[in-house]
Design a binder for this molecule. Structure first.
Ligand code: ADP
Ligand code: ASP
Ligand code: MG
Length: 595
């Protein structure tokens, strides 16, 4: 008999009528012959209500007690859903995270799943029950209640689908699928039929709140197809699977992290090992950093800037302050009024001038870009928060995301032409461990023969990035990584990009023209550099990746010239003469995580 996991989010169980509707949907699935496991979130905004309650009694509540409190939201809703099912004449049993044997590590409020015991669930299903599991929660080795982080019920659902070998994993929510961007912010957003794991993983991590990004890590790792659909209708929604909707589109979605914060560590000596110390201190707090940019200034001093989620700014600043003296930095600045707008698409890896198009769209909308980072399938720009929605709309329009690409395929079309059956043995072997959410790396690889061009003294003004990359695009030069640092101290900034070494001469010519045109300070370049890429799943959220990487390179005295992080890859640019040594070191250091 087939097994189906049905997850219901907060809005979908917000009141008694909705609880009964969710119960009816599960019963219907059971009557159609499926074994049904429901995963349920706390009712409506209950988790926020509990957070407020906590804030009322304690300024900095102990993390353990916070998880104890927050888990009650889901405990309430599963009991009510099970009761509703009974009332409608079917059999159901509700279970807490502990009762489904959801073992996690002990990082309260962002616990990672280690293992799930399926024996009890299977037995209850065999007895004809609908199993109603509490989302978002687990227990650690000491039987403390833990939670997985906001939005974590998605991860419970996909993890259960993976370990139970479910035939389908339905995410029932208040929107009828995944859109090209949050339809609540941009009503013109388009619902997509299909989106790939990689794209959804990046979008979720960059602010698309429709799915918890860690649930997509599970889905990709264990080949779980996800169906995101509305709780309130019967229409098919969006399939999240290995394939993309369109092969031609450079960009398939845009996302906004409204509440982002920038931190800059000023005047650190530009020697190997500095980044290691800074980022190890932050990673120790399990804080994910993004948009890491190092600007090499005058006199061998560098400014290191990065962004974190706004609600992690205080803990990030505390972590950074603790090592300011140790790294010999001259100070730390931050900006809490910034937002990050990003575009994501599998297609951009192979197309020219995608970044230029994004910068042009932002420039035309009058949006100033504070920082830029790119990686193989995403481009992010840091913008002033009061222009956030404007910026999102501009890039959405710039890439015509409201229009369905001509070669877009439906899930049925994709299914018909590919063998989408998961490699069952492969998945089972990956499941036989007690570290379900452990770091998984797929590759450590290098691309040599690269060159870097850096423009210093780039005026901090609307339209400069657009103009630069328009010019470079017109010269037919393929740009790989782009970073623009923050340099509020001088009213100007540096922009670096990498290209194929063979194109350096052409690129320098264009760069010099740009430099003169905008009265920039100077153009620098470096040849003989290599891009080293660590690929895997969920690399940004597994904060140890950066720590190990920086640690290994610093120990070998290898300087990191540029860095770009995403959920799929961490890329660093280093001197080519060090490439072999770096690769070997990393392969050894990450041996356990390499599949
Ligand atoms: P649930 O409580 O069911 O988990 P969430 O509020 O967590 O629901 O997620 C659904 C919401 O995600 C939608 O109402 C929508 O505003 C938001 N959202 C953000 N980005 C997207 C997107 N790209 N596609 C669809 N919805 C999105
Ligand atoms: N109730 C939790 C939250 O609001 C988990 C979830 O809904 O996914 O974040
Ligand atoms: Mg959610």
């Amino acid at each position: 008999m087939s097994l189906i996991v049905q997850k219901f989010g907060g809005t979908s169980v917000a009141d008694t009528e909705k609880i009964r509707a969710a119960a009816r949907r599960a019963i219907r699935a059971q009557q159609q012959g499926h074994r049904v496991v429901m995963v349920v979130s706390a009712m409506g905004k209950q988790t926020d209500v509990l957070l407020e309650l906590a804030a009322g009694v304690c300024e900095r509540p102990p993390a353990r007690e916070m998880d104890m409190l927050l888990s009650t939201g889901e405990q309430t809703s599963v009991a009510l859903v099970a009761m509703a099912i009974h009332d409608l004449g079917a059999k159901a049993i509700s279970l807490t995270g502990g009762q489904i044997g959801m073992k996690t590590d002990n990082s309260f409020s962002k616990a990672r799943i280690r293992s799930i015991d399926t024996v009890r669930i299977e037995r209850l299903l065999d007895e004809g029950n609908i199993v109603v599991a509490a989302g978002f929660q687990g227990i650690d080795d000491d039987l403390n209640i833990t939670t997985l982080g906001r939005g974590g019920s998605d991860t419970t659902a996909v993890a259960l689908a993976a370990v139970l070998g479910a035939d389908a994993c339905e995410i029932n929510t208040d929107v009828d699928g995944v859109y090209t961007t949050d339809p609540r912010i941009l009503p013109e957003a388009r619902r997509v039929d299909v989106i790939s794991y990689d794209e959804m993983l990046e979008l979720a991590s960059l602010g698309a709140g429709v799915m918890h990004s860690r649930s997509i890590e599970f889905a990709k790792k264990f080949s779980v197809p996800i169906h995101v659909r509305s709780s309130f209708g019967d229409r098919d929604g969006t399939m999240i699977v290995a394939q993309a909707e369109s092969e031609s589109a450079a960009v398939s979605g845009a996302a906004l992290t409204k509440d982002e914060a920038r931190v800059t560590v000023l005047g650190v000596p530009d020697v190997p090992g500095i980044s290691r110390t800074i980022f190890a201190a932050i990673a120790a707090q399990k804080i994910a950093v993004d948009m890491v940019v190092q600007n090499v200034g005058e006199e061998g001093k560098a400014d290191v800037s990065f962004t974190v989620a706004g609600n992690e700014l205080a803990s990030t600043l505390a972590a950074v302050q603790s090592i300011v003296d140790q790294v010999g930095a001259s100070g730390v600045t931050h900006d809490s009024k910034v937002s990050k707008v990003s575009v994501v698409g599998l297609g951009m890896a192979k197309q020219k001038a995608v970044a230029a198009k994004m910068f042009r769209a932002l420039a035309d909308a009058g949006v100033n870009i504070h920082m830029i980072t790119t990686s193989e399938i995403k481009i992010s720009a840091l913008v002033p928060r009061d222009q956030a929605t404007q910026a999102l709309r501009a890039v959405h329009e710039g890439f015509a995301l409201h229009e369905r690409p001509a070669d877009a395929k439906t899930w049925n079309e994709i299914k018909a032409e590919t063998n989408v059956e998961a490699d069952v043995n492969d998945v089972v072997s990956r499941l036989q461990n007690d570290a379900l959410e452990a770091l998984t790396l797929t590759d450590i690889a290098v691309v040599g023969g690269q060159a870097r061009v850096t423009l210093d003294g780039v005026p901090d003004r609307v339209g400069v990035a657009a103009d630069m990359f328009d010019e470079i695009g017109r010269a037919g030069i393929f740009v790989d990584m782009i970073v623009q640092g923050y340099d509020g101290e001088h009213g100007s900034t540096s922009v670096s990009f990498t290209i194929d070494e063979a194109e350096l001469e052409d690129a320098l010519k264009v760069a010099k023209e740009i430099c003169d045109k905008h009265a920039m300070r100077n153009v620098r370049s470096a040849k003989g550099i290599t891009k080293l890429s660590v690929s895997g799943i969920g690399l940004r959220s597994h904060t140890q990746v950066g720590t190990v990487l920086f640690d290994q390179l610093a120990t070998a005295d290898i300087n990191v010239e540029m860095i770009a992080t995403s959920e799929l890859q961490v890329n660093v640019v280093i001197d080519s003469t060090k490439a072999n040594q770096a690769t070997e070191r990393l392969k050894t250091a990450f041996a356990d995580a390499l599949s």
